[in-house]
Design a protein around this ligand. Structure first.
Ligand code: NDP
Length: 510
């Protein structure tokens, strides 16, 4: 039977203006202040009307002259027309990358490659506000996340791999590390600049050249990055950016001139890409979907856990492959935990991504919003109990309320499928064995979280989690030195750290 619960406290104060009970002000009292709008200025970034493909160090129109629009998901306005790259353009880009690999980049000493990477890192930092504003406008993510997470981490990846470029002999002692050649890199829309950095920085450090295809809903930060490559005087053809639809991505994957394919995105497309490289000697890394369990034991510090749960699932609107989308709460603490969570949800601010107070911005596209809406409806229809805090959504744009489901069964779609939205499904457990059983009961295996006071329990649980990354008493922490990747249908191969470098080299005996 479908059950729905909403905030029913009776009061003359509108629900969205009521103070959470944890503030100790008494039920129904009004929040004693308002957040003034704090919009970030847009004029720091110049958005062109049209963008070309970046091939061989120059911006060029697509073969046939086709374009597509990229839309600001918070306003539904077209931001720019972007070249619709075709397989012919993919071929040109691969040839440009091959020329650069054999004639300049692949023969450059590591310390010279490092100089370029350091320069790129520095320019990213210098232009960080420009990147943050553009990223938030094109993707819908809150400015405080693009400003404090995406852009600094992207720069950090270039700093980190710049440091390895002249030290490959130390990274792989006793072996000679050779570049693989030309890499095709296909990235998603949830962290457009950061995923670009995860892919391009290690590839270039190891002496490869790249052709990168951004997602069609978020091409602009990659095209601004092309401008950074020009500013850094990167030799032409080392980085090529081909915008366009999935079929152009597949033209890259199956191109004979490609030596390595790196993909981040949905498991469905990941499987197609694996088929596309099957039977060739191309190297392949796949970073795909997830359905992470965030496990809270009864000895966990609950207030800290609530912050971790909120960060785990509402960060970046939940459009995160490693999002903690399944909360596994020990039965004895589930009630106080849910009360605290509901309280905390009532303080989350949903709205304009460019407002510095915004916690949850716009969903990336209409298509993604429809997918989230459909899965949430399935949760209600299958009998889970839905809770959404009272909050006003902007009239235009693709917004979705932070959502919490209790009474979730493992068989429900909301417990099995990757929603990729701000939707948390709460399940319960009694014993550690049951927690392990439920956490691993998924086709995915990208990440997990454990909240407990006991170090011994953390170590025991970590060993039993079938997940590539396990966070303890925290969630969604990233660092360029730390490898990231999945088990099972979450893909294979690792990005970040020395593991990430390994994915772009061929090791030979001395
Ligand atoms: P996709 O996997 O379709 O997109 C990821 C990238 O692959 C984009 O650049 C896309 O290009 C490209 N692509 C699409 N089709 C092909 C193809 N046949 N060959 C080569 N490249 C291709 O993700 P969606 O944007 O469609 O999102 C669907 C769902 O996938 C989401 O709801 C979410 O659940 C999941 N997802 C998971 C991500 C993760 O990091 N785990 C990231 C993004 C999505 P284009 O944009 O032009 O279609």
């Amino acid at each position: 039977m479908a059950r729905m619960a909403t905030d029913t406290t009776s009061s003359i104060v509108p629900a969205s203006d009521r103070a959470p009970s944890s503030w100790g002000m008494g039920d129904g009292q009004a929040i004693p202040w308002e957040y003034a709008p704090a919009p970030e200025a847009r004029d720091i970034v110049t958005i062109q009307d049209r963008y070309g493909l970046f091939i061989g160090g120059r911006f060029v129109p697509a073969h046939g002259g086709g374009t597509f629009a990229t839309v600001n998901p918070a306003t539904e306005e077209t931001m720019a027309l972007v070249a619709r790259g075709t397989p012919v353009d993919a071929d040109k880009a691969v040839r440009a990358a091959r020329r650069a690999q054999t004639r300049s980049w692949g023969t450059l000493p590591g310390k010279e490659r490092a100089k370029y990477l350091f320069r790129i890192a520095r320019i990213l930092q210098e232009r960080s506000r420009e990147f943050a504003v553009l990223e938030s406008m094109d993707s819908g993510k809150p400015i405080k996340e693009s400003r404090d997470v995406d852009v600094p981490l992207a720069a950090a990846h270039f700093w980190y791999y710049a440091g390895w470029a002249d030290k490959l002999d130390y990274a792989f002692p006793g072996r000679v590390a050779r570049p693989l050649g030309v890499a095709a890199q296909i990235i998603p829309w949830n962290f457009p600049l950061l995923m670009l950095a995860w892919k391009i920085a290690p590839a270039l450090a190891a002496g490869n050249t790249v052709v990168l295809k951004p997602a069609s809903t978020t091409p602009l930060s990659a095209l601004l990055f092309a401008d950074v490559c020009q500013q850094a005087d990167l030799p032409p053809g080392v980085v090529n950016i081909v915008t366009g639809p999935g079929e152009t991505g597949m033209a890259l994957v199956t191109h004979k001139g490609i030596d390595k394919v790196a993909f981040t995105g949905s498991t469905e497309i990941g499987k197609r890409i694996a088929k596309g490289v099957a039977g060739t000697d191309k190297a392949l890394t796949l970073e795909l979907g997830g359905k992470a369990a965030n496990i809270v034991f009864d000895d966990a510090p609950l207030d800290q856990a609530v912050e971790g749960i909120v960060n785990g699932i509402y960060f970046n609107q939940g459009e995160v492959c490693c999002a903690g989308s399944r909360l596994l709460a020990q039965e004895s603490i589930v009630e106080p935990l849910i009360d605290k969570l509901k309280d905390r949800l009532s303080t989350i601010r949903v709205g304009d991504p460019l407002d510095k107070n915004t916690d949850v911005g716009a969903i990336n596209s209409k298509g993604q919003l429809d997918k989230i809406t459909e899965l949430v409806a399935s949760g209600v229809a299958e009998g889970a109990e839905l809770y959404q805090p009272a909050c006003d959504l902007p009239d235009r744009g693709y917004f979705f309320r932070p959502t919490l489901f209790t009474n979730v069964a493992q068989s429900h779609r909301i417990a099995r499928e990757e929603i990729f939205g701000p939707v948390l499904s709460v399940l319960t457990f009694r014993t550690p064995d049951e927690a392990v059983e439920k956490a691993n009961n998924t086709v995915y295996g990208l990440s997990a979280g454990i909240w407990t006071d006991k170090g011994s329990r953390i170590l025991e649980m970590v060993g039993r989690m079938k997940a590539g990354v396990v966070w303890a008493n925290t969630f969604n922490r990233f660092d360029p030195t730390s490898p990231f990747g999945g088990y099972k249908e979450s893909g294979f191969g690792r990005e970040g750290g020395m593991h990430g470098l390994h994915a772009y080299v061929r090791l030979e005996d001395r």
